[in-house]
Design a protein around this ligand. Structure first.
Ligand code: ADP
Ligand code: MG
Length: 668
């Protein structure tokens, strides 16, 4: 029996919950309210007409049906005056609205007419209190969801494991987990909600930090192999590169080479803003590893990106004997088999691919270095699977999500951190302009001139196809429109997540080869694509994207010596949305952008938003709850130390480690 059927027999409802990503009872009760509403009298009406007030019924309700919709109107006496109240789609209220009945009404007042959003046959006193508001799909109300939550909590009552050891609970006066969960879903007081959330966040972070610290200690106790290579050969290789390394690139490279030479295992996190040049640094690591007689693997989150890395490395290593292979799902079984054999026999020196690289059937002769790009898309477990493929595998993790160093240390507590701060010289900041428009009209001439001059263009849309529910510009429609306008003079390509990997690759290859001049895409393009001749980007409905996401997107242009342009289209009238786009016009530093992004998020969000693209937590927010994250880290260090000292901790920590699935979840 599936978990959700314990909550409701309605298969529609079950499907609705599934579509919200809630599959288990735990998923349901861990889906916390994103804010709380407090019911108290608002009368006289607020400036925008909002009211919340008690009254009593003084007429028989009238109902008017139109199709599936209904409109109920009734006269209500409020504070000795008569008002006409209208509420939609609540015809089922009629039998309860008899003369004299007391009701509490929430809604909008204009003159002596009220349009109610809520009307309940309860007095304001009975209604008063704090209500959880959830992020839900249409078809389910907050109340109904709360019922499911409470049922889920009741059924699971004996299985809710509290991972915070009792002495730490006492130290911080934390609530027990069951009570805390019950409180956040059935709030009684603001202070208690805050307390509950704190203890839940702490527990969540603690699990994560314990996993991280455990991995770190394991690694420190693991014997690796010192890799031996000649620095002269490395220098000779550097001379064959098309440019000089920046100072930060040199520093990062040095740290990596030093790690490789050590007899312990490297576990290094390399972060740098988009376009800061991490790929070349990783390639030097791969080269050193090769010189030392080991195989290397470079893993990317998408096939498109893997294919691009493959091309880049092939270029870098063209004057060497290194044999490189690309291993992706789209290959034929025969071709794959060939690669498996060549990896097992040691005929391939470097393999580039997606998660296909760590399937059990892939065996390496002498794997020495694993590099992952954009690692927050990979789980701890997956990383481990890849590392276990060799005896002394060194590990390099690259990420373009710019975060402050302290946070990086806390989030990637099991790793050493290198940061590339500065961009390669000669790089011009992308010129970003915001247009209050839903089409390219304001700069169509400029775009045409640009195409005429031989450049290529990215056009980014928030949706794949048209959808009535969300009025978003769709890639399919725009691609059609662009094709009608520009073809056959220029070729238009379409890229989105619903295409097969093979099709995606082929579109990307054509774009890289300039057989396509205009690439219309959804955000699948976001990660790491590098086509030097494409320096113009247009983003539709820009307000739909996160600021860091736009920053990542525009990092695709202006990557060579040419000037990059990023034009943001938006019809948003919301002042805050406009300010965010304007901020992007005047700022180019990923760190600054992520900070601004955080500071300007709505204060109404009690639980914080999780669009950062970092390790994801269900409850905690790594930025807003940084102090709790740090606390959990320090405690985890302490606990792990005790693990080796005291027996009573062993089984406890072991349980958590076995639960590594949840650590995996943080980074998927
Ligand atoms: P990211 O860090 O986003 O992965 P890449 O490694 O793809 O960035 O590099 C971005 C672009 O910068 C590439 O086109 C690369 O050739 C170029 N590049 C990297 N390092 C330098 C450098 N030191 N000088 C000039 N260009 C560089
Ligand atoms: Mg990259």
């Amino acid at each position: 029996m599936n978990d959700l059927s314990k909550l409701t027999t309605s298969t529609n409802r079950q499907a609705l919950l599934e579509s919200m990503g809630l599959h288990t009872l735990e998923d349901v009760y861990m889906h916390l309210p994103y804010r709380y509403d407090e019911v108290k009298e608002i009368w006289p009406a607020s400036e925008d007409g909002k009211i919340c007030v008690e009254g009593h019924i003084i007429s028989t309700p009238k109902i008017f049906f139109k199709g599936r919709f209904s409109r109920l109107s009734v006269k209500v006496k409020i504070k000795e005056e008569e008002y006409n109240v209208v509420i939609f789609n609540r015809h089922f209220l009629r039998p309860h609205l008899t003369m004299g009945v007391v009701v509490t009404i929430m809604g909008k007042l204009s003159g002596h007419a009220i349009t109610a959003s809520t009307m309940l046959t309860k007095s304001l006193d009975e209604m008063g209190g704090i209500y959880p508001i959830y992020s839900l799909k249409e078809g389910i109300t907050d109340k109904q969801f709360q019922k499911y939550v409470n049922k889920a909590l009741m059924i699971s009552s004996d299985h809710i494991v509290d991972f915070t050891p009792s002495e730490y609970k006492e130290k911080y006066h934390y609530m027990n987990k069951k009570d805390a969960l019950y409180e956040v879903h059935n709030p009684t007081q603001k202070e208690r909600i805050v307390e509950s959330l704190k203890s839940l966040k702490y527990e969540e972070f603690l699990k994560f930090q314990l996993t991280m610290q455990y991995i770190r200690v394991q690694r420190e106790n693991e014997a690796g192999e010192a890799k031996v290579f000649s620095h002269q050969d490395i220098n000779a290789f550097l001379k064959t590169l098309p440019y000089h390394l920046t100072k930060d690139q040199q520093e990062a490279t040095k740290a990596i080479l030093r790690d490789l030479e050590k007899p312990t295992i490297m576990y290094r996190f390399l972060q740098g803003d988009v376009g800061s040049g991490k790929t070349v640094v990783s390639s030097i690591g791969l080269y050193a590893n090769y010189l030392a007689g080991y195989q290397g693997a470079l893993m990317a989150p998408t096939e498109v990106l893997a294919a691009q890395h493959y091309r880049t490395l092939t270029q870098f290593f063209k004057n060497t004997d290194i044999k490189i292979a690309l291993l992706v799902g789209a290959l034929t079984p025969n071709k794959k088999e060939e690669i498996y054999q060549a990896l097992a026999s040691g005929d391939i020196d470097i393999v580039v691919g997606t998660h296909a690289l760590f399937q059990t059937k892939v065996q390496y002769k002498r794997l020495g270095l694993v590099i992952t790009d954009e690692q927050h898309r990979f789980g701890v477990k997956q990383r481990k699977a890849l590392k276990d493929k060799g005896k002394a595998v060194d590990f390099l993790v690259m990420s373009a999500t710019p975060i402050p160093r302290t946070l990086a240390l806390s989030l990637y507590g099991d790793m050493d951190v290198s940061t590339i701060h500065s961009m390669p010289s000669g790089r011009k900041p992308v010129i970003t302009k915001y247009f209050r428009s839903s089409s390219m009209k304001p700069f169509l001439k400029e775009l045409k001139d640009y195409l005429e001059s031989g450049g290529q263009v990215y056009v980014i849309c928030p949706a794949i196809e048209d959808n009535e529910d969300y009025q978003m510009t769709s890639a399919i429609k725009i691609a059609q429109g662009m094709a009608n306008y520009f073809e056959p003079h220029y070729h238009v390509g379409l890229l989105h997540g619903a295409l097969s990997d093979q099709d995606k690759n082929s579109v990307m290859e054509k774009f890289a080869a300039n057989q396509i001049q205009i690439l219309v895409s959804t955000t699948v393009i976001e990660v790491g694509i590098d086509v030097h001749n494409a320096n113009f980007m247009v983003i539709y409905d820009a307000e739909r994207f996160g600021m860091s996401q736009i920053h990542q997107l525009r990092g695709r242009v202006g990557r060579g010596s040419k000037q990059g342009y990023c034009y943001l289209l938006s019809k948003a009238t919301n002042e805050e949305a406009i300010e965010r786009l304007q901020f992007l016009e005047s700022h180019n530093d990923g760190f600054e952008i992520s900070r601004y992004d955080l500071e300007t998020r709505g204060p109404g969000e009690v639980l914080g938003s999780r669009q950062s693209g970092l390790a994801t937590f269900v409850i905690g927010d790594v930025f807003k709850d940084f102090d709790i994250l740090e606390m959990a880290r320090d405690d985890a260090v302490e606990m792990i130390e005790s693990y080796y000292k005291y027996d009573e901790y062993q089984s406890y920590i072991q349980t958590i480690i076995e639960n590594i699935k949840s650590a995996n979840d943080y980074m998927d």
